[in-house]
Ligand binder design. Sequence first.
Ligand code: SF4
Length: 384
Amino acid sequence: AELTADKTEDATFRMYSELGTAGYVDMASMMYGSLPAGYYGVSDFDSYNLSGTTVKETILVGKTACFRCPIGCGRVVQIDQGKYATGRFAGPELEVTGTMGTLILNNDAEALSFANKQLDLFGIDTISGGNTIALAYYLISEEKITKKDLDGINPKWGEVDSAVKLIEKIAHREGIGNLMAEGSFAFAEKFGVGELAVQVNGLETPMHDPRGFSGMAIAYATSPRGACHMSCDMYNWQMGVTDEGLDVESVDRFDNEAVIAAKVQDFRCVTNSALTCHFYPIKADELAEMMRLVTGWDFTLEELVKAGERIFTLQRLINLKLGYDNKNEGLPELLLKPLDGPTERHVPDIEAQLDTWYKYRKWSRKTGKPSKSKIAALGLSDLS
Ligand code: SF4
């Protein structure tokens, strides 16, 4: 209890508790430019209607929490009237607020909630599914495809009805939905424009644009499973989260902070293994203390840091055995276009970040393989 007593005063804790993860929408959109809009090409979209604050004042009727979580970031909304009636249902969190909101230039929270419900009911991932649908909007607007390619559906920026129809097609793998169910790269490639799909290593990017937080570039490029914000949440750290025990303190969100990203990746391997939520502001030394209390082991901060590095390195060794090719580490071209607004036309230098990251990890930049000495130091020689 002593270890957690002061957490309720933490600003992030309070924001997620009061407003859900969509409480971050205003900041992400207007202050940092990290919430992508118009399929990664628009920097001045007004997302106010979608923010956790607005949702709280309009359609919110309750909140939910994972077992015994004191934050309770889950939202419950209720919409009983109109074409987007959801009844009482789980409300939109940040990621779907991006994919079914800003990414298709929709600023109607009720329409967003309805699309969110459809995705949830069909069990479609809101990031991958939402991104793939948003790509359809983009490809139509760029005249790379026609409505005939989408079985007569003609998505227009700002409207959600086309997205809802595409969700159903994907869920039933019907017509174009059969292809879109394979994800954005497969979908775009079929029309000869695979490079326009915003994904890394086959996984669609979450709603944390690397032009707003440079560290998300190396996070997406080197994640063990493609563009993933759960393996490395650099947006949090480049907004000011620090950890003395990890020696992590961001200086500037536009800097090459690939060393910090590597440390965060390792730390997230531990918190993800310990099932500690990213939204809970726990420090590395506190987690080590909790491990000691729960297991009775003499578990130090240094061992925790090493365990994280061991897990991350093991993931790479497994991926290499499965055919991982580090030549695919990079960013899709739409994320390398400068935008006006809060990102100040910043574009991360991913090659420089990769150089820094590989050097810090003592892995081969050429092959992507951890060095023999590093593998041995982590006790993984038998597995390499
Ligand atoms: S554990 Fe995390 S995801 Fe679950 S309710 Fe708490 S803050 Fe939200």
